[in-house]
Design a protein. Structure first.
Length: 366
């Protein structure tokens, strides 16, 4: 986290940085590092998605990570789980309009409601699993896994309700931006006075989903372990010579098939979205350049017309005021054109940077 502060000081931080201690951020990253194995395990049901998308959903911009966390970010692998989401939140704070911010808030609160429902279902399933026959005759890890699934599903419901109370109070787009901001402004290549997203806010928003993912993974592991131990111990759960083995296969094959199929579909869709964004950036860059060239050509044409048709000497006295107003209007138009050209150049630079980043990602995949 000290590297995080050092990286932020590469640009002049203008607000509030000296009023905060580095200790809360250090503790937040410490919890992120300690909990990273569990967070990775919680993503096990979606491992097919990450494989088929070449882990594009977990990779953020390396330039953003280096600016925010310093060059040592590559030595802190737990940050890979958060960099892309932090960059997305930062873009939402700085570039999104009020309707987009309001849509993000609505979506986040609806996700909390769904997590509360799913958590209650998993908790009920875990309670039922603790009453399975011969569970007390098997290894204690089976009961322990079901117990962990139960408590984590209950905690996911609690944290979803808590998030509804905290994040739900930010009703206005400006309040949502303030809630997602950590109080630091910095200058970057994407624009001056950029607001930095909050690591703590990101962890609060993602905590219910992370916990419910762990609870679901633990329940699946516990059920598979229970069926496997029953098969190896040859417990009389089912009739038939290979009844326990058949039930284990009935659990394993559909589970892996559904996870593989849905993960492949989502991974392929992630690749399509990445290609769409890259193509949209290229098209936007071309449109900006064409518009800029058109405005420059129009301004040159107007300037040539003014040069070729100067006012006649006989008309100077009579049309002096009119010529002055024409010169002033031309000057105002030229000033506006130059301002538009400068804005277009900045937008072109951002688009070129995005295209370059996408090309780097493609080259890394190959």
């Amino acid at each position: 986290m000290m590297a995080h502060l050092a990286a932020s000081q590469q640009f002049p931080v203008q607000l509030y940085q000296n009023e905060y201690s580095a200790l809360p951020w250090l503790v937040a990253e410490l919890f992120s590092a300690i909990g990273s194995p569990a967070r990775v395990a919680g993503r096990a049901p979606m491992v097919a998605r990450y494989i088929f998308s070449f882990f594009s959903t977990m990779r953020g911009s390396s330039s953003y990570a280096e600016v925010r966390f310093g060059k040592s970010w590559k030595l802190r692998p737990w940050l890979l789980l958060d960099i892309k989401d932090l960059e997305t939140l930062e873009d939402l704070i700085n570039t999104a309009n009020d309707s987009q911010v309001a849509a993000f808030r609505t979506s986040q609160l609806s996700v909390c409601g769904m997590i509360a429902i799913i958590g209650a279902l998993i908790a009920q399933s875990a309670v039922t699993a603790l009453q399975l026959p011969y569970l007390d005759s098997l290894h204690y890890t089976c009961r322990g896994i079901f117990t962990m699934s139960l408590i984590m599903s209950i905690l996911s419901v609690f944290f979803a309700c808590l998030q509804q109370r905290t994040f739900g109070l930010a009703s206005e787009p400006s309040a949502v931006r303030e809630w997602l901001w950590n109080g630091i402004r910095y200058e970057s290549s994407q624009g001056p006075s950029r607001l930095q997203s909050s690591m703590v806010a990101h962890m609060i928003l993602s905590a219910p989903f992370e916990i419910i993912s762990m609870a679901l993974t633990l329940f699946m592991i516990g059920l598979g372990l229970y069926l496997g131990l029953c098969m190896t111990a040859n417990l009389p759960l089912d009739t038939g010579g290979h009844g326990n083995r058949a039930v284990l296969l009935a659990f394993t094959i559909p589970t892996f098939f559904v996870l593989l199929m849905f993960g492949q579909l989502m991974g392929t869709k992630d690749l399509e979205e990445a290609n769409t964004k890259r193509c949209a950036g290229i098209l936007e860059n071309d449109e900006i350049k064409f518009s800029l060239e058109e405005r420059i050509a129009r301004n040159h044409s107007a300037s040539d017309t003014d040069v070729r048709s100067p006012p006649q000497p006989a008309d100077r006295g009579r049309n002096g005021s009119g010529n002055n107003s024409d010169v002033k209007s031309n000057a105002d138009g030229l000033e506006r054109a130059l301002q538009e050209a400068a804005a277009a150049h900045r937008q072109c630079a951002r688009a070129d940077d995005e295209v370059a980043r996408q090309f780097e990602l493609l080259s890394a995949r190959r």
